[in-house]
Design a protein around this ligand. Structure first.
Ligand code: ARG
Length: 461
């Protein structure tokens, strides 16, 4: 059976070129379960409005159930003449219940409200699945932090040694960023859970149908307030796509560090064999491909968002066929993160951190100079002066090729009267870490507390 949803006023069929261009079943088929759920809900409101008899409703729901089973088993799929998933499933229904019953379902709905609603429904499910996978990465970071509660590392700004920090503090910084991405999905869901069904093509329905009932049937608390907005808006898709891109960027920042940290020059981490690859020519190689793919795929996720926004920017209200271009970039983002997230959580979970190397480098690059300046401030010296004095210490050390902790009592006195041997109390990495004990700081007690907060937030989501 060939079902065209719009043949009446045409004398001929579409050209092959148009049909090929127009077709979307190769990518929108994943909306099939949502189309079927929408059809069941629509049949029920048609019945409630007196537009479908009890027998017809029964036949329709039975037919939709049978069709759903065939879609699930693969026995039913899109045919070459089907323009999109909605057309294909309408054909499937007609084949099962006949045109007398099947032909009644289209009253009061349009593919414009169908596709807008189904896209929301699909993305809401994906948000839950992907959110769970992002939380797996968060958990892997938390577990690594918990396994290394006291390991120090060089904290960097501009990629230069800045101040020592705890490895756990650094890992938890990545965890907070990803946790916000999950929170973004939760916030997004409240805006996305609004049903466009009942908007029709753009102007709403004249048939006394109940859009709120359809919304509730489909697990959404409300129907859209404006049928034009319901059919023409795609900010729900763009916002979702932003969260995908942001998550990709956060993963990419972790990835970039893993790539750097696994070099011989850094030597901070060793990659597990299961999450690294070899070289076809260089037998010694162990490459951080997971991290590199994460970094690469972030570009792709950004591209998906940019492409979608570009498709939307010039569109007058209401529906335009350009909107069919909304799905592939977002589906691509979903598919990309679906494979990427487990690989990143696995990579993070199996990293071996090289404590000796991190702690050897933590005090290097005069990373305790700020501690000298702040020690002076605690002695009552103005910070401007303290900064000068600590800088002078660095200069002297650099000239002589020694560390700050190597300055003798006489050296200290020569730099400034304000410096006494007691300053050496802050010239250790662990002293420095412990001193940063204000809320949010890298002191071990704070980082431990912070981890408890993180764990609580994860459990809440
Ligand atoms: N497949 C279309 C989409 O994805 C929905 C069909 C709307 N077509 C139409 N001629 N109004 O947006």
């Amino acid at each position: 059976m060939t079902v065209s949803l719009w043949g009446g006023r045409f004398t001929g069929g579409p050209s092959d070129a148009l049909a090929a261009l127009s077709k979307s079943t190769h990518f929108d088929w994943r909306l099939a379960p949502y189309d079927l759920a929408g059809s069941r809900a629509h049949a029920r409101v048609l019945h409630k409005a007196g537009l479908l008899s009890d027998e017809h409703l029964d036949a329709m729901l039975t037919g939709l159930r049978a069709l759903g089973a065939d879609v699930g088993s693969g026995a039913f799929g899109p045919a070459p003449d089907d323009e999109d998933v909605h057309t294909a499933l309408e054909r499937g229904l007609m084949e099962r219940v006949g045109p007398e019953v099947g032909g009644r379902l289209r009253a009061g709905r349009s593919r414009n409200d169908q596709v807008a609603a189904q896209f929301r429904m699909y993305l809401r499910d994906q948000a839950r699945l992907l959110g769970g996978k992002v939380l797996d990465v968060v958990q892997a970071l938390i577990d690594q932090a918990a396994r290394h509660p006291e390991v120090a590392m060089p904290g960097r700004t501009h990629l230069q040694h800045a101040q020592p920090v705890l490895l756990a503090h650094h890992l938890q910084a990545h965890a907070w960023a990803l946790l916000r991405d999950v929170e973004r999905l939760v916030d997004w869901d409240a805006r996305a859970a609004v049903s466009p069904y009942g908007s029709g093509a753009l102007a709403g329905s004249s048939l006394g149908l109940d859009p709120e009932a359809v919304a509730h049937d489909l697990g959404m608390p409300r129907a859209v307030e404006n049928s034009i907005d319901g059919t023409a808006s795609r900010d729900f898709a763009a916002e979702f796509s932003f969260v995908m891109a942001m998550t990709g960027v956060h993963l990419s920042r972790i990835a970039e560090e893993v790539i750097l940290w696994s070099t011989a020059e850094f030597g901070f981490v060793r990659l597990d064999d299961a999450f690294s690859t070899g070289s076809s020519i260089m037998p010694q190689k162990k490459n951080p491909d997971v991290a590199e793919l994460a970094r690469g795929k972030a570009g792709r996720l950004i591209g998906d968002l940019a492409g979608l926004l570009a498709s939307l920017k010039g569109l007058p209200l209401a529906y335009n066929r350009d909107l069919q271009e909304d799905k592939e970039p977002v589906f691509d983002a979903v598919d990309t993160l679906e494979v990427l997230l487990p690989a990143v959580s696995g990579m993070v979970a199996t990293l071996t951190f090289v404590r000796e190397r991190m702690e050897e480098l933590a005090p290097q690059g005069f990373s305790l100079a700020t501690d000298v300046a702040e020690w002076l401030v605690r002695q009552g010296v103005a910070f401007r002066v303290a900064h000068e004095v600590a800088g002078e210490c660095v200069r002297v050390c650099e000239e002589r090729g020694i560390g700050l902790e190597d300055l003798s009592d006489a050296d200290l006195a020569a730099v400034s009267d304000h410096l006494s041997p007691a300053v050496r109390g802050v010239l250790t990495v662990h002293g420095s870490l412990a001193s940063r004990s204000a809320h949010g700081g890298t002191a071990p007690v704070r980082v431990h507390e912070q981890r408890a907060h993180l764990i609580k937030q994860v459990a809440r989501l």
